[in-house]
Design a protein around this ligand. Sequence first.
Ligand SMILES: Cc1ncc(COP(=O)(O)O)c(C=O)c1O
Length: 404
Amino acid sequence: MHEVILSQYKSLKNEDLKIDLTRGKPSSSQLDLSNDLLSIDIETHTQSGADIRNYGEPFGINEARKLGAELLEAPIENTIAAEQSSLLLSYQYLLANYLYGLNNKPWKEIEKPKFICPTPGFDRHFRMLDELGIEMLSVPLIGDGVDLGTLKDVLSQNQNVVGIICVPRHSNPSGDIYSDKNILSMFEICSKYSSDLVFLFDNAYLIHDLPNAPEQSSIWSLADKANVKDQTLVLTSFSKVTFGGGGLAFCAAGDKSLFLLKEIRTSMVICPDKVNQMRHVNFFKNKENIIAHMKNHAEIIEPKFKLTSTVLKNIPSECGNFSNPTGGYFITYTTSKPIATKVVELCKNAGVLITPAGATFPYGYDPNDSVIRIAPTFVEAEELQKAIEVFAASVQLAHFDIEI
Ligand SMILES: Cc1ncc(COP(=O)(O)O)c(C=O)c1O
């Protein structure tokens, strides 16, 4: 068997492949779905008379805020329609907490502030927190959200935990959909610890469902139920709905968080790009059309996820297991031995780039060296097939310690 794996790997390597599976990007056929945005006609004024070409409307035009409010299921008064990137809103919120703080307790004045980071998670979240000097405490995801027992333990062992950052639907990269119960318990546990602890929900994959994705209550309604709206921020964006970096970002925030965002944004942006907001409003018109548009995305993505799973199934189960997401952009392979770094290196040597091992953990350190993020959406099927075959051979070479 070892010879077969070795010869598969070598023959793929000889093909001189150059395939990049490192980032979760839409493919060009997905981008084509929004091409009408490039030439859409728009009015110069909103219904309320605001001139979209000029400064003004710092929280976005009403028409765009309404779309965001419908998606996030939050009141329009609590919803901001911003510019191209939800990460920017996240960073602005973190920075505002750092400089001003909820309830006038800025994090910069707190000794060694800490954040709960469900893992595996999104490397850019870890980067932002690290840049602000916030210590990151990992809590594992267990399929339907965070491991509540570990969350309790971590909170009881640490002082000055100021927040938690979650991707509550189709989490990057595990695919977890947090159950309502998990979110409500998380609110309860964290609020008991501190009434100032902030909940940042990066709902980047809110509407990125494959068929049969489970329902989930809106985060806003759960925050309302748990009475934690003031310290909650829920974000989403059109980055993987229309154009990466050319969409809109939205957030819903309770009054205190909204105030903080307003403060920080006033120093940074006089107003968002209302021209692009109007383009998106005219393109989509309402939530139903956005959901229909996402079904078209799913039709392109689903076969790629299926192809990936079909090849991964051929890896002997003793080598590891993989996630079966119902949406989002990633499949996670977890090796049973501590070989993730080795697998990524073997893939690279055969011309296939995978997200660096450890990248999905704070400080780039996966304590078990076992989690590998696979991003199948960007490349076309033929290349994807080759890339996952390289991956499957690499896992087996590393697991069975086969010499090359
Ligand atoms: C969890 C998560 N948040 C945010 C982003 C980036 O979103 P945006 O382009 O709106 O900043 C991504 C993109 O991969 C993501 O996976």
